[in-house]
Design a binder for this molecule. Structure first.
Ligand code: NDP
Length: 279
């Protein structure tokens, strides 16, 4: 007998209209034969509490929260996963019968995507940017065993704070470089990440890097998922580096969210295809 009561998941953000996650999640739930829905909700800051209480009231499995709720959501949670506590931001909430746990799966998605190319243990990272994505990536990479994380940022205070956090709360060493001109990637760097919004569609700008210092064998990653093959990655490829697209991070993050909510591993290829169809 078919059931008529689906399990619910979704996202709270504003603005929500351009977020393609619903397309990825629904395609993958359907492919796995799961009776689970993903509802994309427009939630302004003053309604976040109502939305959270609604999700509890309706017994949602959990939800994502995106801009501008990733820090504000902390006020509504009962527990935080260890890396989310260090990062100080949450993008995935799991509802266990009204008890809410916060996770940050942005950085986990990045590290899982990175692992398809390289083991982060003992590696030296350069991270361009010190915003939300950079913070999650820096913390997870350090917790995954990176030996050194160099933060490169235009605004010194933000970059210094992130480098200090990595040094204080993880096993990695950390440094900060103030980004004031073309950045020369230090010899011996294994992974370079553009964790800024530079290059997001329709822009074709590239981060201000001295591309001659990118060497064959380095992994060069972009958080920008649209377009998937950014100018930054193309320039790095031309230097012989191995590229890692932001799409991989997005798909891996969605996989982790689904696992936390349903306990199931969804199909990454189905997710990637749904994303490409919707970009
Ligand atoms: P934030 O606004 O928190 O941070 C933006 C960062 O980019 C800051 O470090 C900022 O520097 C830097 N930046 C922006 N413009 C410039 C510029 N012209 N020159 C130098 N630095 C610049 O944004 P988020 O961290 O939330 O998002 C960053 C990107 O990551 C977005 O494109 C987002 O779409 C993407 N993202 C991708 C995910 C994925 O799964 N692929 C997941 C999450 C985010 P400063 O501190 O000086 O302002």
């Amino acid at each position: 007998m078919p059931g008529f009561l689906a399990d619910l998941t979704g996202s709270f953000a504003t603005s929500a209209a351009q977020n393609p996650t619903v397309a990825i999640m629904e395609a993958a739930y359907q492919h796995a034969g799961l009776d689970v829905r993903y509802i994309n909700c427009e939630v302004p800051p003053e309604r976040l509490g109502d939305a959270v209480r609604g999700a509890i009231g309706m017994g949602w499995l959990g939800f994502n929260c995106s801009i501008p709720h990733k820090i504000a959501i902390l006020d509504y949670l009962d527990a935080l996963a260890p890396s989310a506590e260090i990062i100080g931001a949450v993008n995935c909430v799991i509802n266990d019968n009204g008890r809410l746990t916060g996770e940050n799966t942005d950085g986990q998605g990045f590290v899982n995507a990175l692992r398809t190319l390289i083991d982060p243990r003992g590696k030296r990272f350069v991270i361009l940017g010190a915003g939300g994505a950079a913070r999650a990536i820096a913390v997870e990479s350090a917790l995954a065993g990176a030996s050194h994380v160099e933060i490169v940022n235009r605004t010194a205070s933000r970059g210094e704070e992130l480098a200090a956090l990595i040094a204080a709360r993880t096993g990695a060493t950390a440094g900060f470089t103030h980004w004031t001109g073309p950045y020369a990637v230090p010899a011996g760097t294994d992974v370079v990440v553009n964790a800024t919004s530079i290059g997001f569609y329709p822009s074709t700008d590239t981060p201000d890097v001295d591309y001659a210092t990118i060497e064959p064998g380095m992994v060069v990653a972009d958080v920008v998922a649209n377009p998937p093959d950014t100018e930054f990655l193309q320039k790095a490829k031309a230097r012989g580096a191995e590229p890692l697209q932001g799409l991989g991070m997005l798909v891996n993050q969605a996989m982790t969210n689904a696992r936390l909510w349903t306990g199931r591993d969804l199909n990454a290829d189905v997710m990637r295809q749904a994303l490409e169809d919707n970009l």
